[in-house]
Ligand binder design. Structure first.
Ligand code: NAP
Length: 342
């Protein structure tokens, strides 16, 4: 059992903590918060040891005053951990890397809000598990990039990709985020093309350099992102070839519009009906009817549950960096089985 600290118990951190707890080769030795709020209280009620993310006595006192028991600050646990999964807000992960993880020589996983250049490598279980094996500082790429990496793996398994064009329709905010918008607009983000998502895929799959161009807008929804892909390939592939490859690829499911999956809202309802924790859909979701091949160009539409798609990737990243399992497919299978996902 390896010891994992979750530094930042928010949307990503709390899900990673629960996913680590489901595995038999790793355990959560602590989670951290900066604020003594209901999430901190619930973490303790769930049985996680709570530490204060900011090493400051005044901060600890805030938790004590609120009646939330803490075990100390991050500096009281950091030496006892094998790896930290950083779940801090964008840009703070890099500060934590420089100020805490590197000085204490602790392996760390950063999330997609951080920059590719600030870590040794960039992780997606299908593409870069072997490359990240034994490394110290790795970033699990963002939700959008994870979704793109998975589908491009499926396509790449049966086709020689010439170029990929992707339009991303991004959710404005997570459901718990009451500060971000828009609430009545479509916002080009960024207004420049290409968006950063293409280069982010290249950080995982360098051979896609010059082959992938992305463009993105943000819309007023909190549930999921949606992508439309147009992928030109050099060889002849059929729609059935693509669907078969998607079926074989872990962590991608297909749904049918005619089956009632008429929108992201229905996909989330499916997650609720399955009884998934927090209605998470960790798999990439592809609309079966959208898959089409016209003159060597593959078209399809997919949906990404932003809060949960990267969670199994974090688990495999732990196994790769700590060299717990050499075979990526065995790690993927183990993670999926423990989490009850495809
Ligand atoms: P979040 O919900 O805002 O949670 C951030 C957590 O970090 C909170 O628990 C916060 O604690 C804690 N925190 C604040 N300052 C900290 C510090 N100095 N050190 C350690 N922890 C600190 O953020 P998130 O959405 O989980 O995002 C985390 C990372 O995952 C970002 O890089 C983001 O880009 C990436 N990501 C997010 C999503 C998504 O859809 N949410 C998807 C993929 C990747 P307090 O509340 O107590 O301050």
């Amino acid at each position: 059992m390896v010891n994992v600290l979750i530094n930042g118990y928010g949307s990503i951190g709390k899900r990673v903590a629960d996913a680590v707890s489901m595995q038999d080769d790793m355990k959560v030795v602590g989670v951290t918060k900066t604020k003594p709020d209901f999430e901190a209280r619930l973490a303790v009620e769930k049985g996680y040891k709570l530490f204060v993310a900011i090493p400051d006595k005044e901060r600890v006192k805030l938790f004590e005053d609120a009646g939330i028991p803490v075990e100390g600050t991050i500096l009281d646990i950091i030496e006892d951990v094998d790896i930290v999964v950083d779940g801090a807000p964008k840009k703070i992960g890099k500060q934590n890397l420089e100020n805490i993880y590197k000085p204490h020589k602790v392996k760390a996983i950063l999330q997609g809000g951080e920059k590719a250049k600030d870590v040794e490598d960039n992780f997606n279980a299908l593409w870069s598990y072997d490359r990240c094996y034994g490394k110290d500082y790795v970033r699990v790429v963002s939700c959008n990039t994870t979704g793109l990496c998975r589908i491009l793996y499926a396509i790449n398994s049966v086709a020689d990709i010439k170029k990929a064009r992707v339009v991303l329709v991004r959710r404005a905010a997570d459901p718990n985020d009451d500060k971000r918008g828009p609430i009545n607009a479509i916002v080009p983000n960024p207004v420049t093309v290409p968006s950063h998502h293409g280069p982010d895929v290249v950080s995982v799959v360098p051979e896609f350099e010059g082959k992938i161009v992305t463009s993105a807008v943000i819309v007023p929804t909190t549930l999921m992102h949606q992508h439309t892909l147009m992928v030109e390939v050099k060889n002849n592939v059929s729609r059935d070839d693509i669907l078969e490859s998607i079926e074989k690829t872990p962590r991608i499911i297909t749904v049918k519009y005619e089956d009632g999956f008429t929108s992201t809202a229905q996909i989330i309802e499916y997650g609720r009906d399955l009884g998934r924790l927090r209605y998470d859909i960790n798999e990439l979701v592809v609309w079966e009817e959208s898959v089409n091949v016209v003159d060597n160009e593959i078209f399809l539409m997919q949906a990404v549950h932003q809060e949960s798609i990267v969670i199994p990737e974090n688990i495999d990243c732990i196994r790769s960096m700590l060299q717990l399992e050499e075979d990526k497919f065995k790690s993927i299978e183990k993670t999926n089985k423990a989490m009850g996902i495809k």
